[in-house]
Design a binder for this molecule. Sequence first.
Ligand code: 15L
Length: 271
Amino acid sequence: MARILLTGAAGDIGTRLRRLLKPVYPDLRLSDIRKPADLADDETFVAADLARIEEVERIVDGIDGIVHLGGHSVEGPWETILQSNIIGCYNLFEAARRKGVERVVFASSNHAVGFYPRHHRIGTDVTVRPDSRYGVSKAFGEALGALYAEKHGLRVLCLRIGNVGDRPIDKRRLSIWISPEDLVQLIRIGLEHPQVRFEILYGASDNERSWWDNHRAWELGYRPTGRAEDWREEALAAQAKLPSDPIGDYFQGGSFCSAEFDGDASRLPKA
Ligand code: 15L
């Protein structure tokens, strides 16, 4: 895997990954709709709007493997999700096929399954239960990945990423946090592991309170070093300062579930 493209390079996760991926993949091409403000002299950047396939074909040309973080990374209006995450994701996979790219690591999200309750331990084979238009777009991306893997032989790893950061910032994140270094381990599995054809894994560190069965990641060699519980006290202290959110606190997706919620709350246990 010599030539790697990182989309979404100007975003929060992209900014962290640029620095961690460069020593592993020196021939790293960065892309985003806008140039990162802190682009270094040894970094290669090509701007592209994911909603325009001719621009996506240009950034994908000559590339062996793609780490696709690009798109809108939280809930947004339908038109935004449609252009960035639905059309943009289709363009990415289709351009990869046209240009003969071998592998794609797709940044999916825990929000593809956010409406599972927290007491429910889930694997990656459950029916999706998106908690937002954003979550729907991530489920769509996973489905596209499966199509391009089965029909066109692209090797695809979808990572249902929890929350990337230096440390877990509240109670929910104690279950879903992933360190940037552990995320890089998973990305390397997607770009290099010979057994990867189509896989969905959870992007989480070694978290005691995890809601997810991620045994397949371990089978593929994942050995996370981050442990959310090391920040237990700080995370729970931060949680204590947050307003109560009975719906968000019940479901895995947190506030993505409670936002715009006008469904049947009576099925939730009383606090
Ligand atoms: C995500 O998918 C988002 O990209 C990120 O901003 C966080 O909201 C994260 O999920 C989370 O669930 O904490």
